[in-house]
Design a protein around this ligand. Structure first.
Ligand SMILES: [Zn+2]
Length: 298
């Protein structure tokens, strides 16, 4: 009885020594919401967008402002992906913790070897991401680095749960490293394949798999496909192109138009976690994307 009482007291003490509320996390994309849930299972996690929205163009709605006001941690891609809406949310939510310079602001691109940085950008180039490609949910090789930094950040913000964050982060990185070997092996036949893409959404995945996007349905970055541009693309020699690849949030019309004229297969990949039924978390997103690329008829 005495033993049980001591145990109960110890247990209650442990329970009450944790802050009443776990962290409240605001993620700009479902990928980072998924990553946050894995790294901080007790946290309350919210994603500002879905895989069917264009992450470049989001309205700074009052509901998003409210969510940001409550956040202890904001996880976004950065590298200007959210430049059209995140600063507005930060300004209106008046939450110093997650404002520029705040300790609760975390950009995943800060932990990625960012591709395609531009020293010089002007309007004639279209909507180019000057800071490099921000679509890093597909930066397979960098995810371990992102995970490590996120674990560190969580421990800094909520030191009482440090042991939990440490353990959850370690477990994720072990799973990811094991998956990387499986993915590389499974996707060997994709190496050297050339594709027509739509925006540079899969730049990191293609680079990691040794694939090349040789043409883009967008005439310029961020500019919707035009008939004139598609007519040019229709002159491409389809014999050395593997497929036309676009994302779950993009209009399929341009890809279908080009597919009809070139007889190239089209592949629609999830843009983010939740982009299709299979892509329920970040590991499943990469798993499923590779499977879909492999399933193409060529
Ligand atoms: Zn982009």
């Amino acid at each position: 009885m005495l033993f049980n009482l001591t145990r109960l007291t110890g247990w209650l003490l442990a329970l009450f020594s944790l802050p009443a509320h776990a962290l409240t996390i605001f993620a700009c994309q479902p990928d980072w919401a998924s990553l946050a849930k894995v790294h901080a299972p007790e946290a309350e996690v919210f994603s500002a967008t879905t895989a069917f929205q264009d992450p470049h163009f989001i309205q700074a709605r009052p509901s998003l402002i409210n969510k940001m006001r409550q956040a202890d941690l904001v996880i976004c891609s950065g590298a200007e992906l959210e430049v059209g809406w995140l600063p507005e949310l930060q300004r209106q939510s008046r939450n110093a913790k997650v404002s520029p310079g705040g300790e609760g602001l975390f950009f995943t691109t800060d932990y990625v070897a960012v591709l395609d940085k531009h020293d010089h950008v002007d309007r004639s180039m279209g909507d180019v991401h000057a800071g490099g490609n921000p679509h890093v949910q597909f930066a397979v090789a960098d995810m371990i680095n992102i995970s490590q930094a996120l674990s560190d950040k969580l421990q800094q913000l909520d030191p009482k749960r440090a042991a939990q964050y440490l353990q959850a982060g370690e477990a994720f990185r072990q799973r990811w490293a094991a998956k990387m070997l499986i993915w590389k092996n499974r996707a060997l036949s994709l190496k050297g394949k050339k594709v027509v893409g739509y925006h540079a959404t899969y730049r990191y995945l293609f680079a990691w798999l040794g694939m090349t996007q040789v043409a883009d349905l967008e005439p310029k970055p961020g500019v919707s496909p035009t008939t004139a541009h598609l007519t040019q693309l229709a002159k491409l020699d389809p014999s050395n192109i593997y497929a036309i690849v676009y994302a779950s949030h993009q209009n399929s019309q341009a890809a279908k138009w080009l597919a009809e004229r070139t007889l190239l297969p089209t592949i629609v990949l999830p843009q983010s976690v939740g982009g299709n039924e299979q892509s329920h978390d970040l590991i499943a997103l990469i798993d499923n994307s590779i499977n879909l690329l492999l399933a193409s008829s060529r």
